[in-house]
Each structure stands twice: as C-alpha cells, then as structure tokens.
Design a protein around this ligand. Structure first.
Ligand code: AMP
Length: 607
C-alpha cells in the first residue's frame, strides 16, 4: 500500500509520522530528535539550512534565519499581524507583488509558502531516510482556526516541496484521532492545543466505529509560546536598561541571544522553580567595556508575566463551550497538545476551568503528527473504518448591498455541506451582479477575509428587487469551497471554485518547485561544517561561562591580562569563521579554543 506521511507543520517545531503495520509511529530525524525546528536560514555562501542546523546558527546569522513563518503564511501584507511581525522579527519582511508577504534572506526574496516548503521538504527527507524509499503523499495539519487562504498557502508549500498533500486536517482533530485511535471509545473530548505560535481549542465527539465529529472549534493564530517568550524578553530588556541605560533591542545579535535564553528559561521553569539567565558579553557599553546580563527568573514571575495570555486561552475555551452548547461537566476528557502545555500554570488553569485533570497519556509534541499519519493511512486504505467529520472554523457568505456580510454557512458547520439563499438585484436595470465570497464573523464585509469573486452577467433589465439570483455554497471534504450563482429567470449560471489566494500564482509555485529540488544537495553537503561548528560552539559556550570568573581573577591577581584579550580574539575568530561557514577555518580555531578552555578551567580551579 502506498505510504502517506503525516506532518505537523508547527510554528516552532515540526514532526513527521507514519503508520507502520497498523501502528502510528513518529519518525526521528538523523540527530535522533522526534521534532525538528521549523527554522530556515540562508548562509553567506547562499546555502539553505533547515531545522536544527538553522537553529544552531540563528544567533550569528539572525537576519537571515527565519522562525515562526507559520504566523505569516497566507496573510495579507496589510494585516495587523504582519505589521506586528515586521516590527518584531529579526529577519526582514517586505511586501510581495500580490499584497502578500515576502521574506528577504541574503538579498533574495522568498514567499512564505516557499519557506514552509523548505521545512516540509526536510520532513519528507527525514521520512525517506527512515523508510529507504521516496514518499510522495502527505497529510499536513493546520490550526483549526486557519482560514482558507492560510490552508491554501500551506497546500502550496507542500506542492513546492514536491509533496502531494492529499488532505489538510486541523491540528486538534488530528490530536483527537490519535487519542481515540484503536480504543473503541465513545466520548466527548476537548483538545486544548497551546503551541509555539497558536492556540486552538476543539470539542469533539468520538463515536462508535471510528467516527470523529468536531462540534466546535476556536482559537487565536497569534497567541502562543512565542508571546510568553516575548514577555520574558521585555522583562530582561527593561531590567538591563534600568541597570545600564542600554536598549538591547537595538542589537539584532543580542536580541537573538535573548530570544534563545528566554525560551530556555521558560522551558526550565516547567520543572524547576527558578532559573538563571546568563548572557555574558551581551553588548558593549559606551566606554567599550563588555557588559553581561545575569538575572534570576522565578516560576512565579514567569506566571505573573504570562497570566493574561493564559487567561485569554481560558476565555476562548469558555466561548467554545458556549458555541458547542455544552456544559463543562459534559466534557469527559481534556487532551493537552503543544509544547506550552508542559507549563504547570497552564495545566492548572485548564484543570481548574474544566474541573477535571487533563489526560496525560498523549505526547503533546507528537500527537498531532501521529493523527495526521492515521488520517493519511485511512485515506489510502479502503479497509480502515474511520470517518472524520470536521467543521468550518469560520462563517462563509457573500457581500451584499451596503457592504454587509450575508452569511450562508455558519461557523462550526459540519463539512461536507451546502447551503443556498436567494438574493435580488439592488439597482434598477442592473444587468450584472458581482459575487464577493467572504469568510469571517463580522457583519461588516470589509472586516472579513475576501476569498474570491466572480460576476454573473446577462440579467434582464428590470426594476430593482425583481431579478432573483440563487447563490449556493458548497464545501467538500477537503474543505474546498465552491460557489454558484444562478439567474432563476434564465437559468444562466456562473460559478467558481474558491481557490484561496496564498499570494502565489501557479507559475510562481512551479518555479519555486524547481528551485526547491536543489536544496537536497545543499543540506546533505553541509555536514562537515556542521560537525566542526558544533564543537566550536560548545567550546565557545564553555569559555564564555568561565569569562566572568576569570575576569574577576584578573582584576585581583597578577594573572596575565593579555590572556583575556587573546581568548577574546580566538573566540571572535572562531565566530567569524562560523559566520562565513568556512569549515576549514572553524576546524583551525578549535585547537585555540580547546587550549583557551583548558587554561581558563585551570585558572578557575586554582583559586
Ligand atoms: P509546539 O508548537 O507544539 O512545538 O510548541 C512549542 C512551544 O512549546 C514553544 O514555545 C516552546 O518554547 C514551548 N515548550 C516546549 N517545551 C516546553 C516546556 N518544557 N515548558 C514550557 N514550554 C515549552
């Protein structure tokens, strides 16, 4: 049977899984990790790096390293979310030719689907390495709250990566599939999914014979772990400013180091009550003196900093239960998904809201990819008994006279579905009508997302209100929307399949597919450099950890001051070689770094 992989394309990390002999398994990457950072970078030499390799060099190459691209996928340039990302990202985001978003890496513009395609391609390669055969088909997951444009853009990304995305499914639905798979249970479950960039909640009914029915879903595509990291960064930056009068945000490299440290501290605080944020040589003072950042963050402070964000997720849960017309007591199981659900405060908040302990049996980082793999296998295996009934996350309708939004398919309607409504002309002698297909919850059309438009012409000239036009919306199992308008008098008909605009034309996707093929070579040839770099960075880290102590010793003893200068020079040289991606030069510096490290350790040990 044909192999179909399931990919959880996450904001922060991605994960790939497959069903093998009836059992869903996560496929580890070559480093042995079950998740891969959704990060992409372009080196000075023009090489593309994806995953852990990209993450490891993010500090030294912040401007050319993309993280959290999922927050931008399928979004319009003029959306507030994009404006926010432009202001806060360490990489450059510019306007594309179709009111879309482009990311500049080493002076070359990339579309967001193209960036996501690099991550998807990496996941494809991970699966192929493991299976020893090529993989062509995939089920990819998206947040339940993604609109059509975001879904289409994710599909485009799959295509650019050389994958046939046979189905896009919602992350919480995938999680429920994995939770319920093979257990023969009948339960109403809530899936609380708090990841790196998005928050989603879905209420599902798991019924007999593998029927998974989504009852309601909601979320916020701009609420995730990154927002909590941002709070920690703010706290560190303002503390540093108070102490030294310097704004660390002005320095991209410092900001990237802060970002890493903030996330690390946050994760540590899930298991310990306090942690030290230690960033030596974060910046130079006006007098050219190296400044260090050192602060203790407690779990309590972290909880205070993120309290309102966690509350927002609880509010969304409340709203979703109302939409589902269910009481808390009717939720029989709460499944936690996403890395952020490891934070104790989040677990407590969920428990106190639902008044029951969340299920701990699923792995929050893997459950979505496993669900996608289960769905993938079911789609190619006729013998599998599984029905997935999802809902539309947003209402669908058209714009009517006066810029009002007229809803045809309400939010949370089970798909596939179709609805029809009759409209009339709004002007005398009107011979054509323009149908603007929209998605959203606002009554004001301009506040909703425009999915597509078409014109029905050839209407008979008549006073307004006389000509009747029947509009039909249809959503198939893939979530693809088609709209038909019919002049009831003449039977004349026009229709469109709403190909949501990811911001890319077919031709552009084709060119990007061709370009993406070259990446495989790049990725696989960069390993020698990576090995040297890892070793050098480890040594640099060790040396930097010892720097403050050695500096103190220098200040109070005869220990040679020039040793410090020499050590700094070696570290700088090694960093520059890493930045240049010069494997030979990095290897050369490893010797000096090892010597320096040994000397520092010796000096510290003696005192
Ligand atoms: P996901 O999108 O599901 O991969 O979740 C990634 C998010 O979870 C990131 O913001 C991580 O920093 C966060 N995360 C991962 N592990 C932990 C942990 N142990 N404690 C708190 N947050 C975590």
């Amino acid at each position: 049977m044909e192999k179909v992989i399931g990919i959880d394309l996450g904001t922060t990390n991605s994960c790939v899984a497959i069903v093998e002999n009836g059992t869903p398994v996560v496929i580890p990457n070559r480093g042995g990790y079950k998740t891969t950072p959704s990060m992409v970078a372009v080196t000075e030499a023009g090489k593309r790096l994806v995953g852990h390799i990209a993450k490891r060099q993010a500090i030294t190459n912040a401007e050319n390293t993309v993280y959290a691209a999922k927050r931008l996928i399928g979004r319009k340039w003029n959306s507030p979310q994009v404006k926010n990302a432009v202001a806060t990202s360490s990489y450059r985001i510019v306007e594309g030719p179709h009111n879309d978003v482009r990311i500049v890496l080493r002076d070359k513009e990339f579309s967001v689907p193209e960036i996501s395609a690099m991550v998807l391609q990496e996941m494809k390669v991970i699966a192929e390495d493991y299976l020893g055969e090529t993989v062509a088909k995939a089920v990819v997951t998206v947040p339940a709250y993604f609109n059509d444009n975001q879904r289409q853009a994710t599909k485009d990304a799959g295509e650019i990566a050389g994958l046939d995305v046979i189905r896009i499914i919602n992350e919480p639905t995938a999680a429920a599939l994995s939770y319920g798979f093979g257990r023969n249970i009948e339960k109403t479950v809530a899936v609380y999914d708090f990841g790196g960039g998005t928050f989603d909640i879905s209420i599902l009914e798991i019924g007999a014979h593998g029927v998974f029915k989504v009852i309601a879903t909601a979320g916020d595509t701009f609420l995730g772990g990154e927002d909590i990291d941002a709070r920690i960064i703010d706290w560190l930056v303002s503390g540093f400013k108070e102490e030294h009068g310097i704004d660390l945000r002005q320095d991209r490299m410092a900001l990237q180091r802060l970002k890493d440290a903030a996330e690390k501290a946050k994760c540590e605080l899930s298991s310990v009550r306090e942690t030290e944020v230690n960033l030596p040589f974060i910046i130079s003072s006006g007098r050219n003196e190296a400044l260090h950042l050192q602060r203790t963050l407690t779990r309590q402070t972290l909880e205070e900093l993120s309290d309102d964000l966690i509350e927002r997720t609880v509010d969304i849960c409340k709203q979703t239960l109302e939409d589902a017309k269910l009481g808390k007591d009717e939720i029989e199981e709460v499944v936690l998904v996403g890395g952020m659900t490891r934070m104790p405060k989040i677990q407590q908040s969920v428990q106190s809201f639902f008044e029951k302990e969340p299920n701990k049996g699923v792995h929050p980082d893997e459950v979505v990819a496993l669900g996608a793999a289960i769905q993938g296998a079911a789609l190619v295996d006729d013998k599998q008994e599984m029905v997935l009934l999802d809902v539309t996350p947003h209402a669908l309708g058209i714009m009517t006279f006066g810029s009002y939004f007229e809803e045809l398919i309400p939010q949370n309607t089970t798909v596939p579905t179709h609805r029809t409504k009759i409209f009339t002309t709004s002007r005398d002698n009107q011979t054509a009508v323009k149908i603007l297909v929209m998605q959203g919850e606002s009554q004001r059309a301009e506040e909703n997302e425009l999915l597509g438009e078409f014109i029905l012409t050839g209407l008979r000239r008549a006073p307004k209100g006389q000509i009747e036009i029947e509009v039909t919306f249809e959503i198939n199992a893939d979530g693809i929307v088609s709209v038909r308008a019919k002049d009831l008098e003449t039977g004349l008909e026009q229709s469109i399949q709403v190909t949501a605009t990811s911001g890319l034309t077919r031709e552009e996707i084709k060119t990007m597919m061709d370009n993406a093929k070259d990446d495989l070579v790049d990725r696989r040839t960069s390993e020698e450099f990576e090995a040297a770099k890892q070793e050098a960075e480890k040594l640099i880290g060790e040396i930097e950890k010892l720097f403050p102590q050695v500096q103190q010793i220098v200040a109070s003893s005869d220990f040679g001051r020039d040793a410090i200068e020499k050590a700094k020079a070696i570290v700088d040289k090694a960093r520059a070689a890493i930045e240049r991606k010069d494997a030979a030069a990095v290897k050369e510096q490893i010797e000096g770094l090892t010597r320096t490290h040994r000397m520092f350790k010796g000096v510290v040990a003696k005192t």
